[in-house]
Design a protein around this ligand. Structure first.
Ligand code: HAM
Length: 431
């Protein structure tokens, strides 16, 4: 009752207006969708080759799932989540990233009882209340991949191999891979203490967010986008000096195996990534010189997270994964040709649409891409339309054709024209 009254108020205030999409969202129009289809089909094809099965999880989850996984002090949770209360009083959040939901599904469905390793991929939207700009949106899509049960450095090697192969297959050039190790909770606790002590010396120079981060989760200070803070952090203690033996050995082994497999990378001590769930290796892919003027763009990132499954109620399971930002990749991808129309079916003279539509149906059944005149257009404008949509052939049914049981088939590229029996249309159009 209360809600419908509220809607009444909105309707009363409404004039006839032009609607605009919500800030930070985009329409993917038909001219650009071939690029999206390409990104999605290559992802599916490679997922099969690398042994990843598809998983689809809800677009929204219990808010506390993200607090526990992504971390309360991360920018994503503290500033960027779309959180709402549903009519049952539950706090729900539009997923800001894909990993947490996949892990929740893995635990809730008891998948850890099945044979390990298991590998899953997903393609879907995420929602973050960020300041929109080119390549940063409030709704963005990711192709993500997560593996369960691989505790050796080969987990990182295969995930990185998968991601690089994906970028290569899409024709993305000049990609730089940055890697780092952020250690396990034990080494990180020591590092956090050192960072906290470091921050105390600069309290008056740090931004308000960093002052808060220094108290709640010092590692998050390194994510700060404020250049003044970043300048200070170049002098901060290095995480590498605080890694325990196990984390150090693991990271050295990751590097050794990457090198052996011809993967180039840069060890980047500043790379910490903005999520609390990572342990040990983190990595990020940056495309260089995307505009020919030196601009670079982070197109994907990921890492190992060995404690998350247990943290949200499952058995301890080592995981590694990555997410590729499709809205960013689409900016780099070369133009893709849409799949063409094999033939456009036209009616001429006194022949009506009811004589051509059933043939369109049959040809589509045979696997052809067919457009058919559905409106009462003149012969000439049907022809113009066939040219506009780049049809390979036009198939015309005029009065004489109808009488003789044939179609006039014209190849629009060569101009060649033939009379073809209806039963032979499929063979001719498939040639
Ligand atoms: P992320 O680095 O936050 O990682 O996102 C992955 C990629 O998504 C980024 O590199 C970027 O290309 C794209 N992206 C992120 N935010 C936006 C935005 N607002 N607009 C456009 N593109 C964006 C994750 O989300 C982790 N879940 C990745 C992962 C999977 N780690 C382990 N498994």
């Amino acid at each position: 009752m209360e809600i419908s009254l509220r809607f009444d108020k909105i309707y009363n205030r409404m004039e006839k207006k032009m609607y605009q999409k919500p800030k930070g969202t985009r329409d993917i129009l038909p001219d650009i969708s071939p690029k999206w289809q390409k990104m999605e089909s290559v992802a599916r094809e490679l997922a099969k080759q690398f042994g990843y099965a598809e998983i689809r999880t809800p677009m929204f989850e219990d808010t506390s799932l993200f607090l526990r996984s992504v971390g309360e002090s991360s920018d994503i949770v503290s500033k960027e989540m779309y959180t709402f209360e549903d009519k049952g009083g539950r706090s729900l959040t539009l997923r800001p990233e894909g990993t947490a939901g996949v892990i929740r599904a893995f635990v809730e469905n008891g998948l850890y009882n099945n044979a390990l390793p298991q590998k899953m991929f997903y393609i879907g939207s995420n929602f973050r209340y960020e300041n929109p700009q080119a390549g940063r949106y409030r709704e963005h899509a990711q192709f993500g991949a997560e593996s369960f049960g691989i505790d050796t450095p080969w987990g990182e090697v295969e995930a990185i191999d998968f991601a690089i192969t994906y970028l290569k297959k899409l024709g993305v050039k000049e990609v730089e891979l940055h890697i780092n190790s952020i250690g396990c909770p034990e080494c990180r606790a020591k590092y956090n203490q050192a960072l906290k002590e470091f921050a105390e010396k600069y309290t008056d120079k740090l931004c308000e967010d960093c002052k808060r981060r220094a108290k709640t989760n010092p590692l998050r200070m390194l994510d700060c986008k404020n250049p003044e803070c970043q300048k200070i952090y170049t002098k901060a203690p290095k995480l590498a000096d605080y890694l325990c033996e196990d984390c150090k050995t693991h990271f050295a082994e990751v590097q050794k195996r990457l090198k052996e497999n011809g993967v180039k990378f840069i060890v980047d001590p500043q790379l910490v990534r903005g999520f609390d769930y990572y342990t040990k290796t983190v990595f990020e892919f940056t495309c260089l010189n995307i505009d020919g003027a030196g601009k670079s763009l982070a197109v994907g990132g990921g890492g190992r997270y060995n404690n998350l499954v247990e943290e949200i109620g499952g058995k301890p399971t080592s995981c590694v994964g990555f997410g590729m930002g499709l809205d960013r990749l689409v900016m780099i991808l070369p133009e893709q040709q849409p799949e063409g129309v094999d033939a456009y079916l036209m009616n001429a003279g006194s022949v009506e649409i009811d004589k051509i539509y059933p043939v369109a149906h049959k040809l589509r059944d045979a696997g052809l891409n067919i457009e058919c005149n559905l409106i009462n257009r003149s012969f000439k404008s049907q022809f113009n339309f066939a040219n506009k949509i780049n049809a390979k052939y036009v198939c015309i049914l005029g009065d004489e054709d109808l009488k003789n049981g044939v179609w006039t088939v014209k190849n629009l590229a060569t101009g060649e024209e033939n009379k073809v029996k209806e039963s032979e249309l499929v063979g001719v159009l498939k040639k």
